[in-house]
Design a protein around this ligand. Structure first.
Ligand code: UDP
Length: 464
């Protein structure tokens, strides 16, 4: 019997990467691939503890490898985590490829590598050394990918420094006339928040670009109609999104926290159509006490019902959640119009008819999930690529409003409440986001461009 093609899928070890890469893994399994998914031991344990989609009848085989950090070390130190991966993960991954096919029941010989671009060039080098096909997955926007692929030009135009990618001045630039004006201070590597490691991080990203020039496919979790200008700059990058991230057949997959499904969905069922403000800031964003309090008061001040995701670690320094005095009794008690959860089944929440708008940090998965479900945004970015994503939401697609800080850097309760009211009543914005929802759905249906691109990629990866 001929063994099926076998893909080794490697996400960057963060929530916003494990979720979309797991969807890529399942989409490959749908197309006849055996799939081995490589999580770090730390993240594997989190997904197991959250009960989020590992018992799927063996469609995807999970393998856990060390990330090189000590137990108890903070995995939110992204630059450190990134730098350790090559040393600790690369040898284990190479071993996995070389040893594959030796034991029965493990999917047979690994025939290709599908790696998150952010994992780094080492994964693609392992693929080259072991002679298997390789593809890079870009789980963020094509526009942000274009800033990376086009970094040579940014250096030549003296927009960024050649050594560490830092901003040279504050003159805005445009990668193409149909793309937004961007600021070099808002390039993802300039807003990761670790200035000491800036040069190392930039070098690593640049090496990643060189490596993907040699891989067989680059796929991106976006769609043609969302970013035509960015895709036309780099036609080899195939849009395959928006992927249905975070769930499969109505069940949560790949989450680090246990989604409070019952609490969210039955509460939403009891609300009128298009009445609820959904508030969620992804897996990393942290608030200082003052901003946290202001957000709570802003939600109270608006007259709308809200579902707010308050992760256990959402306050800086691991502080206890510090709600304004009386807030929980006034707003979130029995019969109150606010509902708090620690983690939601976000795709299902955004698809619920009672959800009216999304107060979001503009992480790319959240951005695609909002668009795919036709929900307008209050766009409130914190770091990395989120500033560019905000520009797309507010200036290019015009499906959301920007959250704007006052001179002390705080987004005030009056501003939050005012913007939410503005969003709820904006029929034009609703119409535009509905049109994007339609385009997103068309692209992922059979016959749509993203669907066709995924088929092309999968067929190409099957070749010997
Ligand atoms: N998410 C979720 N429940 C929540 C908050 C987030 O399922 O309560 C999911 C969300 O649907 C998305 C991912 O977590 O798929 C977050 O990725 P994103 O790129 O939006 O942000 P990041 O966490 O990387 O900052």
């Amino acid at each position: 019997m001929v063994s099926p093609p076998h893909a080794l899928v490697i996400p960057y070890p963060a929530q916003g990467h494990v979720i979309p890469l797991l969807e890529v893994a399942h989409a490959l399994a749908d197309r006849g691939f055996a799939v081995t998914f490589v999580n770090t031991e730390f993240n594997h344990a989190r997904v197991v503890a959250a009960g989020a989609g590992l018992e799927d009848g063996g469609r995807v085989r999970f393998v856990a490898v060390p990330d090189g950090m000590a137990s108890g070390e903070d995995r939110n130190q992204l630059v450190r985590l990134t730098m350790l991966m090559e040393e600790f993960m690369a040898p284990r991954v190479e071993e996995l490829v070389l040893a594959s096919g030796e034991s029965s029941g493990a999917g047979g010989k690994i025939t290709c590598m599908v790696t998150d671009y952010n994992v780094g060039s080492w994964a693609l080098q392992v693929a080259r050394r072991t002679g298997i096909r390789s593809a890079a997955v870009w789980p963020a926007s094509a526009a942000v990918m274009a800033t990376l692929l086009g970094f040579d030009k940014l250096i030549e135009d003296k927009i960024i420094d050649a050594e560490d990618g830092s901003a040279l001045g504050d003159k805005p630039f445009q990668l193409s006339p149909d793309m937004p004006l961007m600021h070099s201070a808002h390039l993802s590597w300039n807003c990761i928040g670790d200035h000491d490691q800036q040069a190392a991080l930039f070098r690593y990203l640049v090496e990643g670009v060189r490596a993907i020039e040699q891989c067989d496919f680059v796929i991106c979790n976006s769609f043609q109609d969302a970013e035509p200008a960015a895709f036309s700059l780099f036609p080899n990058v195939l849009p395959v999104g928006p992927l249905l991230t975070g769930e499969r057949n109505g069940k949560a997959v790949g989450h680090f926290w246990k989604p409070e499904d019952e609490e969210c969905m039955s509460w939403l069922d009891a609300q009128p159509a298009r009445s609820v403000v959904y508030v969620a800031f992804g897996s990393f964003t942290m608030f200082n006490r003052r901003q946290f309090e202001e957000l709570a008061l802003g939600l109270e001040l608006s007259s709308q019902a809200f579902l707010w995701v308050v992760r256990p670690d959402i306050l800086q320094g691991g502080a206890e959640h510090d709600y304004p005095e009386g807030f929980l009794d006034r707003v979130c008690g029995a019969g109150g119009r606010g509902k708090l959860v620690t983690w939601s089944p976000q795709q299902r929440v955004l698809a619920h008819p009672s959800v009216a708008c999304f107060v979001s940090h503009c992480g790319w998965n959240s951005t695609m999930e909002g668009v795919r479900n036709g929900v307008p945004f209050l766009a409130w970015p914190y770091f990395a690529d989120q500033f560019v994503n905000q520009l797309y939401i507010s200036d290019i697609w015009k499906v959301g409003l920007k959250a704007v800080a006052d001179e002390s850097g705080i987004i005030t309760k009056e501003h939050i409440a005012g913007r939410v009211e503005e969003l709820m009543g904006n029929a034009d914005m609703r119409e535009r986001v509905e049109a994007m929802k339609k385009a997103a759905h068309e692209s992922i249906q059979e016959g749509g461009s993203s669907h066709g691109n995924f088929d092309t990629f999968a067929e190409g990866m099957k070749k010997a």
